[in-house]
Design a protein around this ligand. Structure first.
Ligand SMILES: *Cc1c(COP(=O)(O)O)cnc(C)c1O
Length: 404
């Protein structure tokens, strides 16, 4: 490998599923990432809202070291405390009663879908199977979560997908009322669509979903995989609108980089998942659980959700000023807390700005071709935000681009 270029090794040995950024990252510390050549980058992406407490957080590393010298894996055939401690601290953050642990976001959503179906079939003894999700949503890459996802292009070539999913436009109350019928079992949403281009749902649309779910006795599932754990200025993003979901899924930032997923639910759903009905070999292992318990403790202790709110508001305000100044390039600035999208007028400008940011030592990403998505770690400081705004301002000033 030493003599071969890393790009060539990768082409030879891996499926080509990822379009990589032209960077080899070798080390991280706090908000900083270092590449193979020692160049330093300010990470405004956090591994897609995963390393929210920063890279190689010393407190987290301490927990990892302690736990790996005690126990890493036993399977779910045994009792073990770290899983229960995590469940208790997770449940204290919301109005949920029960948890099922998985290893990823897709699996947490898969569990939510399975729980919904089994609840309708075995407990309510109703033939309701449809789940309504939104256009532009993203719920994962397994077959069922892909079917739930409201984006056609990533489904190509994978048919037949599990049936029973209906996608409606976002923020459209009329479609909502039109598509809910006697077969509807649940409505599943993200409060702010992440992969869909950082699109927040309107508060009155959210309230309408809540109202219909209560009225028609449909389950309300909220996918908090990207938005949860303080990211949007609230511990869970649904708390912004005082919603009362029946199922909430989490993953990404939950163990600051170790793989974990969680599906939380209200206790009336308990009997739908009896012994043997669902499971996971790795889910809820002692290592990830002890880490995730620490993650929750740190978010609460350092009030990181509140910091995300004030720093995020400030960043959004500055970006909106830039939008006024460079309205020929920036179309819209959206988001809440530290989940922010800058939509540009066309894909070329977006790509150029992204490349210049990278050159200037800032990591962020592009979703839906035209949106630069910012997901800095929740430990970001005002000085990093100022640096980012300064860099972006001079990039926008220097950028001469044609209309398309
Ligand atoms: C990332 C993401 C998922 C999928 O999570 P994986 O861990 O990649 O399976 C699902 N829903 C949302 C909203 C996400 O952002």
């Amino acid at each position: 490998m030493a003599k071969e270029k890393i790009e060539e090794v990768e082409k030879r040995v891996l499926f080509n599923t990822y379009a990589r950024y032209p960077l080899e990252i070798v080390r991280g510390e706090g908000i900083w990432l270092y590449d193979f050549y020692g160049k330093r980058y300010c990470d405004f992406l956090s591994g897609i809202s995963v390393c929210n407490l920063g890279h190689c957080n010393p407190e987290i590393n301490e927990v990892i070291k302690e736990q790996i010298s005690k126990l890493i894996h036993v399977s779910n055939l045994f009792y073990q405390r770290p899983q229960l401690e995590l469940a208790e601290s997770l449940l204290r953050t919301s109005n949920m009663d029960l948890v099922f642990f998985s290893n990823s976001g897709a699996e947490a959503n898969e569990a939510a879908i399975k729980l919904t179906r089994r609840y309708m079939q075995k407990i309510r003894k109703e033939n309701r199977y449809k789940i309504i999700t939104l256009e532009g949503s993203f719920h994962g890459r397994t077959l069922a979560t892909l079917a739930a996802t409201g984006q056609e292009k990533i489904k190509e070539g994978f048919s037949p997908l599990p049936p029973g999913f209906v996608h409606i436009p976002i923020n459209d109350k009329e479609s909502l009322n039109k598509f809910v019928d006697k077969d509807t079992s649940a409505i599943m949403i993200e409060i702010i669509q992440g992969e869909g281009g950082v699109r927040p749902l309107d508060i009155d649309f959210l309230k309408e979903i809540q109202r219909i779910c209560k009225e028609k006795e449909i389950l309300f599932i909220i996918d908090e995989i990207q938005t949860g754990l303080g990211r949007t200025g609230y511990f869970w993003s649904y708390q912004f609108a005082n919603l009362d979901p029946d199922i909430v899924t989490s993953a990404k930032a939950l163990a600051n980089g170790l793989p974990i997923g969680a599906m939380m639910a209200k206790k009336f759903l308990k009997e739908a998942f009896p012994p043997g009905s669902h499971g996971s070999t790795f889910g809820g292992g002692p290592l990830v659980c002890s880490v995730a318990t620490k993650v929750i403790e740190i978010i609460k202790r350092d009030k990181l959700h509140e910091k995300a709110k004030s720093l995020g508001n400030n960043l959004i305000k500055k970006l909106k000023e830039l939008k006024e100044e460079f309205s020929e390039k920036i179309k819209e600035v959206r988001g809440r807390g530290l989940m922010i999208g800058i939509e540009f007028n066309n894909a070329n400008v977006t790509k150029l700005v992204w490349e210049k940011l990278l050159e200037n030592g800032f990591i962020c990403n592009i979703t839906q071709q035209k949106v630069i998505r910012l997901l800095p770690p929740l430990i970001v400081k005002q000085e990093h935000i100022n640096m980012f705004i300064d860099a972006l301002t001079s990039i926008l000033k220097s950028l001469k681009v044609s209309k398309n």
